[in-house]
Design a protein around this ligand. Structure first.
Ligand code: AHM
Ligand code: MG
Length: 336
């Protein structure tokens, strides 16, 4: 029987080998993984656990919250507030940051998350997930200010996501490659199932919400038109399309077999840079994709180099296989 490596063992061994996962960060990652296990249990119960449907409330971006959005948010906060590894948290589902209460020790990290990504898929039994990003606090100490969260994505200490699909899979980077763990429900632990994840440089598969095509900017239309023309067009090869409408599941597919994921700007709300959120979605996914050899841009620059100016800032996202993301980015840059 081959020996299985648990998340705990993996993190400890990485620390011994590379000295890149200090004790507080290790605790943080284990606590997030534990919270994801709890969320996974709720997701699996579905209608039996009374977790489906709307919560009849709105989040800061005016989106209707689902019951599971709120449950997942609470699970992550409760799990993370008392361990001494964090100074504060920020969530797509909360307007303001959540400083660790005074009764608990303060740690040196900041945690950001989209507690339940793919909300529109919750009630229809399609893969959804949790996305998280970890930043280091600056040196100042004392009360955490929202401004401390506004660091470019390249400063992330770690990032990951957990996808709740046919399997529950936790994907992680601490800046030394990407690893995947699968939840072993009998043992109750995450087991290492893939190391050194690499996204192929070329692909013939794109993920984009095609129903918005008439609202896109010309470079975006050009790229997709060329893909659709297939073998007969300038690309000289056929493309396939996939769109799950859960970023976490679309990105997971790209990590498994390549592809490009795009959520572009569109002219219906021209003042919004895009739909997805920089701090909770684009930055952590951008870090993971780059660590797996892929590329992540907003059409003009590397996602991880964007200097954030607001916690809930939105951004255009193009990520995945290197050669396709570079091409669609070049089309945007040329038109600028
Ligand atoms: P959410 O965080 O509220 O679930 O919204 C983000 C999701 C992404 O997971 C997904 O890529 C996108 O919204 C789907 O958008 P659309 O419904 O336009 O296809
Ligand atoms: Mg989301």
């Amino acid at each position: 029987m081959s020996k299985s490596i648990s998340l705990t063992q993996y993190l400890l061994e990485q620390q011994r080998l590379h000295d890149n996962i200090p004790a507080q960060l290790r605790l943080l990652l284990e606590v997030v993984a534990r919270a994801c296990k709890r969320i996974s249990i709720s997701v699996n119960k579905g209608a039996l656990g009374d977790v489906l449907g709307s919560a009849h409330s709105e989040n800061v971006q005016g989106e209707i919250q689902k019951k599971l959005d709120i449950i997942a948010n609470e699970v992550l906060i409760e799990a993370n507030e008392w361990g001494g590894h964090l100074a504060a948290m920020a969530s797509e589902e909360m307007e303001d940051i959540y400083p660790v209460p005074n009764r608990f020790p303060q740690g040196e990290y900041l945690l950001l998350f989209d507690p339940l990504d793919g909300s529109s898929n919750i009630d229809v039994n399609v893969s959804i997930g949790t996305i998280f990003s970890v930043l280091r606090r600056d040196e100042s100490g004392g009360t955490v200010s929202p401004a401390e969260f506004l660091q470019p994505g390249r400063q992330q200490a770690a990032a990951g996501y957990c996808v709740y699909g046919p399997q529950t899979t936790l994907v992680l980077t601490v800046g030394a490659g990407v690893v995947m763990f699968t939840l072993d429900r009998e043992q109750g632990s995450f087991v290492l199932t893939q190391d050194k994840v690499q996204i192929p440089e070329d692909t013939q598969e794109f993920a984009i919400n095609m129903s918005n095509m008439r609202h896109w900017a010309p470079p975006m239309k050009r790229y997709i038109d060329e893909c659709l023309a297939g073998k007969d067009g300038v690309r000289g090869k056929n493309f396939n399309m996939r769109w799950i409408a859960s970023m976490v599941a679309d990105v997971h597919r790209i990590l498994c077999r390549g592809g490009v994921f795009i959520y572009p700007w569109d002219q219906r709300e021209p003042e919004k840079a895009g739909k997805l959120r920089l701090m909770y979605e684009a930055n952590p996914m951008g870090f993971i994709v780059e660590q797996a050899g892929g590329v992540a841009t907003n059409g003009q620059q590397r996602i991880l180099d964007i200097a954030p100016d607001a916690l809930h800032q939105r951004v255009s996202v193009m990520l995945g296989s290197k050669n396709e993301v570079e091409r669609v980015t070049r089309y945007h840059q040329e038109a600028h």
